[in-house]
Design a protein around this ligand. Structure first.
Ligand code: TRP
Length: 357
């Protein structure tokens, strides 16, 4: 057994809807970068999933695949240690999606809170395509065709991982003879093909955006489509402008007013990104007491974010100037991923007694 086979397998990925932002970082990407030595890591760019709501914008999806790939490389996902690949070029995922779609009851697929949130937030009404409802099953295939054990994701992905577990249990029970009373951790030991995945949540499960609350009065999560994101590739001037204009405590009109640090993106961001926790605690007290202005706290946050994003932006620039290399790395990762996925597909077909030739 090679060393990489002994490491537990980890898989995660992103739908290429745009460049990655700070919400992606604290929700999942940070964990992925950290896990590269301990796990055999697979990261997918889910371009078919992007088509579920952007089938009419193919050029944009193409561009965003490249953007996400450059973001991955810039943040430190290392193609020498980890396999980065493209969803649409892994035929085994599509094949397993069809088989898995038989293992998830229709009503179960419809009872997915993330799907409901997306229909509401993206204003899809009743006009979403059939394939949109299929994507959580396709996501189960993404995960299971690599026999992944751990999946680092943001909180919104929890329902999809629960569905992935249900599909894996059912497959293992129906086709591998695993008893239905088996503990999740024991499925593979009992002869199951698919591990029952563990969710690894980020340190901040849901980062808020910079624009304040939505119609329900709650702060909205950071999201490109809500136009409230700070991207990992934003230039220094953009970061400055965004932070200077960011929502804070609306009741505070001048620096001597007492400020609230709760539900205040300025302080949520300091808590999340400022390594100088002593400064944060002390300055929060001054803010509460009306002893320091928003602008000074924002200036500090600009420095903190620039210190974090600056080096990422620099690395990204090198890749932006060598798109050929970016594509080659994605192609090589995809070739490696296909070897693993095709192997699992054969085993799955064998288990389902659908291997004839
Ligand atoms: N649904 C995820 C997102 O939009 C992307 C994704 C697709 C994914 N397949 C996955 C994440 C498999 C983890 C595992 O962010």
């Amino acid at each position: 057994m090679t060393e990489s086979q002994q490491k537990p397998r980890l898989l995660s990925g992103d739908t290429p809807t745009g460049r990655l932002h700070l919400g992606h970082w604290v929700g999942s990407v940070e964990n992925r970068v950290k896990m590269q030595d301990k796990y055999d890591c697979y990261f997918l760019i889910a371009n078919i999933q992007a088509f579920t709501t952007r089938m009419d914008k193919p050029a944009e999806v193409h561009q965003n695949v490249m953007e996400v790939m450059m973001d991955y490389l810039a943040v430190g996902i290392d193609p020498k240690r980890s396999t980065i690949f493209l969803q649409s070029e892994i035929p085994a995922i599509a094949e397993m999606t069809v088989f898995f779609s038989m293992l998830a009851p229709y009503a179960r697929v419809m009872r997915n809170p993330t799907i409901k949130d997306e229909i509401r937030d993206k204003g899809l009404g009743e006009n979403y395509p059939f394939g949109f409802l299929l994507y959580p099953i396709s996501q189960a295939a993404d995960i299971l065709v690599f026999q992944s054990q751990v999946v680092p994701v943001g909180e919104d992905q929890i329902p999809h991982l629960e569905l992935t577990r249900e599909v894996a249990r059912r497959f293992n029970q129906l086709y591998c003879g695993v008893d239905s009373h088996t503990e999740d951790a024991d499925y593979v030991k009992q002869g199951g093909l698919f591990p029952i995945v563990e969710t690894l949540l980020g340190r901040t499960k849901r980062l808020v955006g910079i624009n304040g609350p939505g119609a329900d009065g709650n702060l909205m999560k950071m999201s490109k489509s809500l136009n409230n994101a700070i991207f990992l590739s934003d230039d220094a001037d953009t970061i400055k402008k965004k932070i200077m204009a960011m929502y804070t405590d609306p009741k505070r009109l001048k620096a001597t007013d007492k400020g609230s640090v709760e539900n205040n993106p300025l302080w949520i961001f300091h808590d999340t990104f400022n390594p100088d926790t002593e400064w944060v605690q002390a300055t929060k007290e001054r803010y509460r007491a009306g002893d320091i202005g928003d602008v000074e706290c924002k200036r500090k946050l600009i420095d903190v974010l620039e210190a974090f994003i600056g080096p990422i932006r620099e690395r990204r620039l090198q890749f932006e100037h060598d798109l050929h290399q970016v594509k080659t790395l994605l192609q090589e990762g995809t070739a490696k991923a296909n070897v693993v996925a095709n192997k699992t597909l054969l085993l799955a077909k064998e288990a389902m007694k659908q291997r004839y030739f």
